[in-house]
Design a protein around this ligand. Structure first.
Ligand code: PCA
Length: 157
């Protein structure tokens, strides 16, 4: 089977999976499968993007129309990589994922999967609504977050 046929999906990443961010190595690790960078883009629909919990995790909240057009990167991935990303994001228990329209810097419009939080406490919407996520030393991301569910974590604050 040719490489094209094995590329199963396109994924829009806006958080720790972006280049230079703490989970990007998941996309580059050969054992995880294949990922090809297609370009930078932003969501056609506005979403609230917040950094939440004491673990400083980026959350794109399933409240379309609120917040900003979120900036991120698009990757074409094979089935092996998509399964690995689902494990990282603890889909469908922690993050859900759905297809959204992404406006590429090259002006194309494409459909991509993105990970988002379906059930969240309303108070998360009172946080700063970001356009773009960057991990910083002041707010370091902590990967231990998978020890709890998002509802529990939000209660930590
Ligand atoms: N990883 C996924 C969802 C949130 C996160 O940190 C991403 O980068 O898109």
């Amino acid at each position: 089977m040719g490489e094209k046929l094995r590329m199963a999906a396109r994924v829009f990443v806006y958080g720790t999976l972006k280049r230079g961010e703490p989970n990007h190595h998941w996309l580059t690790k050969k054992e995880n499968g294949q990922a090809r960078f297609l370009g930078r883009g932003k969501t056609d629909t506005k979403f609230p993007l917040v950094v939440g919990t004491r673990y400083n995790i980026p959350f794109l909240l399933a409240r379309p129309g609120e917040g900003n057009h979120i900036e991120g990167e698009v990757y074409e991935v094979d089935q092996t990589m998509l399964s690995k990303l689902d494990i990282l994001e603890d889909y469908p228990d922690y993050y859900d994922r759905e297809q959204q329209t992404i406006l590429m810097e090259q002006n194309e419009t494409i459909q991509c999967w993105l990970y988002l939080i379906r059930n969240f406490p309303e108070k998360m919407l009172a946080k700063e609504l970001l356009i773009s996520y960057h991990n910083t030393p002041e707010r370091p991301y902590n990967e231990n977050y998978l020890e709890s569910c998002p509802e529990d974590l939000a209660m930590d604050e």
